[in-house]
Design a protein around this ligand. Structure first.
Ligand code: GDP
Ligand code: IMO
Ligand code: MG
Length: 437
């Protein structure tokens, strides 16, 4: 059973959704295994643009089974509105979507905690979360006693459990903001979630069983990572991270499929760097280059609409993520955004406490103090949105790709030059795989 995994190597929004959609027709099953509605994945097919948050980007391909596993935290309202949106656009969801009964559920108290706790941090320590309740829901999952999973919504004890949890949450929240505590009404929450449960029931099942059977029967499985490796709770830029394992190490724990069944790991890299929210970003450019990247790349958050912070490609960071995730090959996305820049910089080392290093620092303060050391490469002026073959790219664009590949020590197999499915250049082994050479 050859499985493929797609992992973002930066701070999210690397265009993972586009790559997953491209790869879907060679797979039987597409799996989302961590994160929640903090993710916003965009798929563009001709005149149609799809924005997906919880449902795998494979859903645009009819006939592919999409699975949301127990590693994901689910806001049922968001899930149902995503389902409704896709159905209203004529996509056949029934029978194609399976959601784990082990997935933890986001409740109104999680959203309230997310907002108030992130606002209550000391100066400069604000994570700038998406306020979707992700952190508080994962916190309750680890804490266990006040957590509810999708399967619990169908148990006769649901009402009494919600009443009990609301009582405890009110006590905790009232210490920070009485109005948030007062806004929690356990009867209304029970009614609302019982209705969501009924509407979601056709999609709910045991995804562990499903995926383990799929492995046994030799199905081709595609794993869609959310967020990016540098937002990983254990291996990212803690505490400015998300609350799940969003690097390559999270695939097995989130999906229940052992790593030995995954034989292709693709690291997705935006041709420059972006970050939403707080936290150090050594190669950030708050200048004309940063404005070029934001405006040409339309770098505004898919989920919150916040302007994304922009900067040069950070080679140190992506090399770390690629090694961490056991990445085999690279997909370099949004290369077209660089057209028109006279010169391009790639960070190839940091100076930390007077010492040069190409290791990614483990402590956030070291990363904050890191002075980026750049290699400068020539830019190009030509528009490249319509380029279909590597050799048609300007020489400077090819040099840039070769530089990345050489520095990260992985081949580049996909180059994306625009949001549409068709605006993709296949290179090297990927061309052979698709019979293009
Ligand atoms: P994800 O979260 O990793 O799936 O990425 P997002 O969808 O949040 O952000 C990527 C954005 O870039 C989306 O608006 C895509 O439509 C767009 N996009 C994807 N590939 C390209 C590309 O090669 N060039 C340009 N200009 N835009 C792209
Ligand atoms: P996709 O899958 C970019 C960021 C938030 C914040 C931090 C923690 O589209 O790449 P959270 O709400 O998860 O507690 O926020 O993580 N973040 C993302 N940034 N893309 C994402 O997802 C993100 N998901 C979370 O901005 O800095
Ligand atoms: Mg995104």
């Amino acid at each position: 059973m050859p499985g493929t995994s797609v992992i973002g190597l930066q701070w999210g929004d690397e265009a993972k959704g586009k790559l997953v959609d491209l790869l879907t027709d060679r797979h039987d099953v597409v799996v989302r295994y961590q994160g929640g509605a903090n993710a916003g994945h965009t798929v563009v097919v001709g005149p149609e643009t799809y924005k997906l948050s919880l449902i795998p980007s494979g859903i645009i391909n009819p006939g592919v089974q999409c699975v949301v596993t127990g590693g994901v935290v689910i806001n049922p309202k968001t899930m149902l509105s995503e389902v409704d949106g896709l159905v209203s656009r004529g996509l056949p969801i029934a029978g194609n979507l399976l959601i784990s009964d082990r997935a933890h559920i986001i409740f109104p108290w999680h959203m309230a905690e997310d907002r108030i706790l992130d606002e209550s941090t000391a100066d400069g320590e604000n994570i700038g979360t998406t306020q979707r309740g992700i952190g508080p829901c994962y916190r309750d999952k680890v804490g266990r006693s006040y957590a509810l999973r999708l399967g619990d919504l169908y148990r006769p004890t649901l009402k009494s459990r919600i009443e009990h949890i609301v009582g405890v949450k009110q006590k905790l929240l009232s210490a920070l903001d009485q109005s948030l505590s007062d806004s929690l009404d356990s009867d209304a929450i029970y009614q609302e979630y019982a209705e969501y449960a009924e509407r979601m029931q056709p999609y709910v099942g045991d995804t562990n069983c499903y995926l383990l059977d799929a492995v046994d029967s030799g199905k081709q499985i595609l794993f869609e990572g959310a967020q990016g490796s540098l937002l990983d709770i254990d291996h990212g830029t803690f505490p400015f991270v998300t609350s799940s394992n969003s690097s390559g190490v999270g695939v097995s724990s989130g999906s229940a499929v052992a790593g030995r069944f995954i034989d292709r790991i693709i690291g997705v890299v935006k041709a420059y760097s972006t970050r939403v929210g707080g936290g150090p970003f050594p190669s950030e450019q708050e200048n004309a280059a940063g404005v070029h990247l934001r405006e040409n790349g339309n770098e505004y958050g898919t989920v919150t609409g916040r302007p994304r912070r922009c900067g040069w490609l950070d080679g140190v960071a992506i090399r770390y993520s690629a090694r961490l995730g056991g990445v085999d090959e690279l997909a370099v996305m949004l290369l077209d955004v660089l057209s028109g820049l006279k010169e391009l910089k790639v960070c190839t080392a940091y100076e930390v406490n007077g010492k040069k290093t190409s290791d990614f620092p483990s402590h956030v303060d070291q990363l904050r103090d890191a002075v980026p050391i750049y290699e400068t490469l020539p830019g190009w002026n030509e528009k490249i949105e319509d380029v279909q073959h590597l050799e048609e790219l300007p020489a400077a664009a090819r040099q840039y790709l070769e530089f990345i590949s050489h520095y990260v020590e992985r081949p580049v197999t996909f180059v994306s030059v625009g949001p549409d499915r068709k605006q993709t250049i296949l290179c090297g082994s990927e061309m052979k795989r698709c019979g293009s050479v």
